[in-house]
Design a protein. Structure first.
Lengths: 445, 318
C-alpha cells in the first residue's frame, strides 16, 4: 500500500517536473530542434544565430559546408524590434538567447548597458578591423572593446521614378531647395506626391537631421552611466521645419512607414521618390502590387549645401556575441566568419541586396561596376552609394534608443497634426529624454 | 466505519468527532487525505507553477527598482507611489474609462436587442442569425483586429470606393480623431455576439407561463420584453457587464494590433496594459512594468468589487 502511494507520488512529481520543465528548459532544450536550416554535420559543436537577412539561409549553408569544426544553427526570430523584444526577454530570463545575434548598430548601446553583449576584442576581433570601413567599425567599438562585427550598412541615396519625373518635366533635385521646388512642380502636374515623410521613420528621421549636422547623443560604451542629449539643436530644427513646411503645403504625405499601405504606395507610383538607404532597392523588389512600367533610378541624396555635401547612413546591421553564449570564443569566430568571405558576400549582394561594410568586397571592381537590372542596368554603387558610404564616419546612439525613437514618433505626429510647431516638438522631445535619462540614473556629461 | 460511507458532509463531521480519539480510524482518515491530495496534485502543481508562482514573482519584482544605469535595488512600494502619480498611466486609465463608458453600453445594447429579437422568433432564420451574430467571437482577436486594420485602410479598405460612389471622400478611420470610434467598433463587433448568447440563454431559462400571464394581463410584446424579460435576466446582465468592464480595463490586443498601421494615432502608452507591455519589452523596465500591472489589477479588483456590491440585488448575490 505504502509503496503504491510512493510510486504514485513519484509519477506525479515526474509529470510535474516535465510540465514545469517545459516552461524553463524549453528555450535551451529546443535549441537543436529549432534550426531553420538543416545541419548535416551533427557531431560538431553548434552555434545558434538569430538573423533576418534576406537570403541568409544560403549564406548559412555555405558556412556550414565550408566548416568542419563548427555548424551554425540559424533562426529567424523576427525583424528589428520583434527580435529585440525576444532578446530583451531572454536577457531578463537569463536563458533563451542565441549565441550570436543580428543587431542594428543603433541598438548596440541599448544592449551593452544591460551587459548582454560580449566584448569580443578579447577573442581577436581587432585583428579584422582593417577589413571594415571606419564608419562601420566606429559604430560597433569603443576603443579596443568590440561589441559586434559589422555586416551591412545603409548609406543613403534618393531612388526616384524616372518615368514620373519625365512626365512632370522635373529635373533630378540635388539640393533640398530644388527638392521642395520639384515637390511643388509634381503637385501642380497632379499625379501623386514627390515623397512621404513618415512620423514613425525613426532612424530615417534621425539620418535626415544628421545630414544638417545634428549630433543627438554623446555616449561612450565604456562609461555607461554618462550620456548627453542634444536633440533640439538648430540643425534638427532646420530639417524638421523644412519638412513641416512641405507637409503643411500638402507637398508630401505623412503616411506611417512600414505598413501595407505605405509599401504599396512606394511601388505603385503614389510617391515619385523613395529616400532610401542602400538596402532600399532590395526592399522595393520584395514588394507586391508594383507598377510594371516603373522606371527606377538612383541619385545622391539632396544636400543642404551643395558645395559641402554631407553623407548619412540609415540602418546597417552587425553580428554580436551574447553573454549567454556557451562557447564565446567559438561564437566570436562565427560572428567574424559568417560574412567574412567573398562567396558569402556575393550571395548577400545578389540575392539579398545588402551593402557591405567588408572592404575586400566593397572596394572590389566587381561591386563597383555591378549593374542592377532593377535600375535598368545603372551602376548604382558607383553612381551613388559608394560615395555615400565613404563619407560616413560613424554615429552615436543613446543607450535607450527605442524610447528615444518612440518619443520622436509621438512628437512628430503631434507636429503634423498641427498641435505643435517643429521647434516645440523638438524642445519637448529634449525635455522628455532628459527626464527619462535622469530617471534611469544617467548623469549628463 | 459505516459512517464514512455516507455523504461527504457526514464523513467530514465524523472525522471531526473521531479526531481526538487518535484511533485506527484517524490513521485511515489521514491515508484518505493523502489520496485526496494526490488527486488534487496535478491541478495544484499546474496552478501553483503557472499562476501563483508567477504572480508572487511579479509582485516581488514590483517591489524593486532597476534603472538602466544603476542596477537593481529594493524600494518597497515606491513603484506604486510612482505609478499612481504617473501622468502616462493615469491618462491611460482615463482613456480606458472613456472606452468603458462608450463601449460597454454599446455592446450590451446590441447584445440585448439581438437576444430579445431572437428570443421572440422561432424560424430557421433565427437560428442562422444567432450563429452569424456569434461568429465574430469565434474569430481570434488578433485576426479580427488585423482584418479591421485592412478594412479601415484607405487603400485596401472598401470605404474609399463606397464613398466615391456618392462623390464623397471617405473619412480616415485611423486618424487621431477617429481611432477611438474605430476601436469601439471592432470590440463591439467582436464581443456583442458572445454577450448575446449569454443573455439569450438566460431568456430561454424563463418559464413561458410568465409570458402567458403577462399576455392575459394585456401586455404587448414590447412591454413583455421591457417589463418582464429584462428584469428577470438582470443577473445575467450584471455578469455581462462585469465581463465587459474587466475586458475594457485590460484593453490591449486591438489597439496593439492596430498600432501596426497607425503608430501616430495609437502611442505606445495608449492603454495601461499597452504601457506595461512596452515598459517591459521595449524599454526593459520589468520592475516598473510589474508595478503598473499590479496597480491596474488592484483597480480592476476594486472596481469589480464595488460594482458587484452595488448591484448585489440584481445579480442575486445577496
Amino acid at each position: 500500500m505504502k509503496s503504491r502511494v510512493l510510486a504514485a507520488v513519484g509519477t506525479v512529481a515526474v509529470a510535474a517536473m516535465a510540465l514545469t520543465g517545459c516552461s524553463t528548459g524549453g528555450a535551451s532544450g529546443g535549441r537543436e530542434a529549432s534550426c531553420t536550416n538543416t545541419i548535416t554535420k551533427k557531431d560538431v559543436p553548434q552555434v545558434t544565430v538569430w538573423a533576418w537577412f534576406p537570403a541568409f539561409e544560403q549564406v548559412v549553408d555555405l558556412f556550414n559546408e565550408t566548416h568542419d569544426d563548427v555548424q551554425v544553427c540559424w533562426t529567424n526570430a523576427g525583424q528589428g524590434n520583434d527580435e529585440y523584444t525576444k532578446f530583451s526577454t531572454a536577457i531578463e530570463a537569463k536563458s533563451g538567447a542565441p549565441d550570436v545575434i543580428m543587431l542594428e548598430s543603433e541598438v548596440i548601446s541599448s544592449f551593452t548597458i544591460r551587459k548582454a553583449l560580449v566584448d569580443i576584442g578579447e577573442f581577436g576581433a581587432n585583428e579584422v578591423k582593417d577589413k571594415y570601413t571606419d564608419g562601420a567599425w566606429n559604430d560597433v567599438t569603443s576603443g579596443d572593446s568590440v561589441y559586434a562585427i559589422p555586416v551591412d550598412s545603409g548609406p543613403m541615396g534618393m531612388l526616384y521614378r524616372q518615368d514620373l519625373f519625365d512626365k512632370a518635366g522635373i529635373a533630378v533635385p540635388t539640393t533640398w531647395d530644388e527638392f521642395a521646388a520639384a515637390a511643388k512642380q509634381l503637385k501642380d502636374a497632379g499625379t501623386g506626391v514627390l515623397a512621404n515623410f513618415p512620423t514613425n521613420g525613426r532612424a530615417f528621421n534621425q539620418a535626415l537631421f544628421a545630414q544638417a549636422g545634428s549630433k543627438p547623443f554623446e555616449y561612450d560604451k565604456t562609461k555607461p552611466t554618462e550620456v548627453s542629449i542634444d536633440v533640439n539643436d538648430d540643425a534638427s530644427k532646420r530639417v524638421l521645419n523644412y519638412w513641416d513646411g512641405l507637409v503643411k503645403e500638402g507637398l508630401v504625405t505623412t503616411d506611417d512607414a512600414f505598413t501595407a499601405d505605405y509599401n504599396t504606395s512606394l511601388v505603385d507610383g503614389t510617391y515619385a521618390v523613395y529616400l532610401a538607404a542602400a538596402w532600399g532597392p532590395g526592399y522595393l523588389q520584395g514588394l507586391s502590387d508594383a507598377d510594371d512600367t516603373a522606371v527606377w533610378r538612383a541619385a545622391p541624396l539632396p544636400q543642404w549645401d551643395a558645395a559641402n555635401p554631407v553623407q548619412v547612413n540609415w540602418g546597417g546591421s552587425t553580428f554580436a556575441v551574447t553573454e549567454q553564449a556557451k562557447d564565446k570564443k567559438l561564437a566570436a569566430e562565427v560572428a567574424k566568419d559568417i560574412f567574412g568571405t567573398d562567396e558569402a558576400w556575393k550571395i548577400g549582394i545578389e540575392q539579398g541586396a545588402l551593402f557591405p561594410t567588408y572592404k575586400p568586397i566593397l572596394e572590389s571592381d566587381y561591386f563597383t561596376n555591378l549593374e542592377y537590372p532593377f535600375f535598368g542596368g545603372q551602376q548604382i554603387n558607383k553612381d551613388v552609394f559608394l560615395a555615400a558610404a565613404a563619407g560616413y564616419s560613424g554615429f552615436t546612439f543613446s543607450p535607450f534608443q527605442n524610447y528615444a525613437f518612440d518619443q520622436l514618433t509621438e512628437q512628430q505626429y503631434a507636429m503634423v497634426q498641427g498641435e505643435k510647431t517643429a521647434d516645440e516638438a523638438l524642445d519637448d522631445l529634449q525635455a522628455s529624454l532628459e527626464k527619462y535619462a535622469t530617471e534611469q540614473g544617467f548623469t549628463s556629461k | 466505519m459505516a459512517l464514512t460511507t455516507g455523504s461527504a458532509s457526514t464523513a467530514a463531521s465524523a472525522a471531526r468527532i473521531v479526531r481526538p480519539r487518535r484511533g485506527g480510524i484517524g490513521a485511515i482518515d489521514r491515508r484518505r487525505q493523502r489520496w485526496g491530495w494526490l488527486f488534487v496534485a496535478p491541478f495544484a502543481v499546474v496552478f501553483a507553477a503557472f499562476l501563483i508562482f508567477p504572480l508572487c514573482y511579479a509582485f516581488w519584482m514590483s517591489l524593486q527598482t532597476s534603472t538602466l544605469a544603476t542596477g537593481t535595488e529594493f524600494t518597497g512600494l515606491a513603484n506604486y507611489a510612482k505609478a499612481f502619480t504617473d501622468p502616462i498611466f493615469l491618462s491611460g486609465l482615463a482613456r480606458v474609462a472613456m472606452f468603458a463608458l462608450v463601449m460597454i453600453p454599446a455592446q450590451m445594447l446590441v447584445a440585448l436587442v439581438a437576444a430579445l429579437v431572437l428570443d421572440n422568433l422561432a424560424t430557421v432564420l433565427s437560428k442562422f442569425s444567432r450563429l452569424m451574430i456569434f461568429v465574430p467571437y469565434a474569430i481570434p482577436v488578433v485576426i479580427g483586429a488585423l482584418m479591421w486594420g485592412f478594412l479601415y485602410s484607405p487603400r485596401f479598405g472598401p470605404a474609399t470606393d463606397v464613398f466615391a460612389l456618392f462623390g464623397a471622400t471617405a473619412p480616415s478611420f485611423l486618424d487621431q480623431s477617429s481611432i477611438f470610434g474605430s476601436l469601439v467598433n471592432i470590440v463591439t463587433w467582436q464581443w456583442s455576439g458572445y454577450y448575446m448568447i449569454i443573455i439569450y440563454a438566460a431568456l430561454r431559462g424563463i418559464d413561458p407561463a410568465i409570458y402567458e400571464a403577462a399576455r392575459i394581463d394585456g401586455a404587448n410584446a414590447f412591454q413583455t420584453a421591457l417589463r418582464i424579460k429584462v428584469p428577470m435576466i438582470s443577473s445575467s446582465m450584471v455578469m455581462v457587464l462585469i465581463f465587459a468592464m474587466i475586458g475594457t480595463l485590460q484593453f490591449f490586443t486591438e489597439p496593439q494590433v492596430l498600432r501596426g498601421v497607425a503608430q501616430g494615432a495609437i502611442p505606445i502608452s495608449y492603454t495601461p496594459n499597452m504601457y506595461a507591455y512596452s515598459l517591459a519589452f521595449s524599454y526593459s523596465q520589468f520592475n516598473y512594468a510589474s508595478a503598473i500591472s499590479f496597480a491596474l489589477g488592484i483597480i480592476v479588483f476594486i472596481g469589480s468589487y464595488v460594482f458587484l456590491f452595488l448591484t448585489r440585488k440584481q445579480s442575486g448575490l445577496k
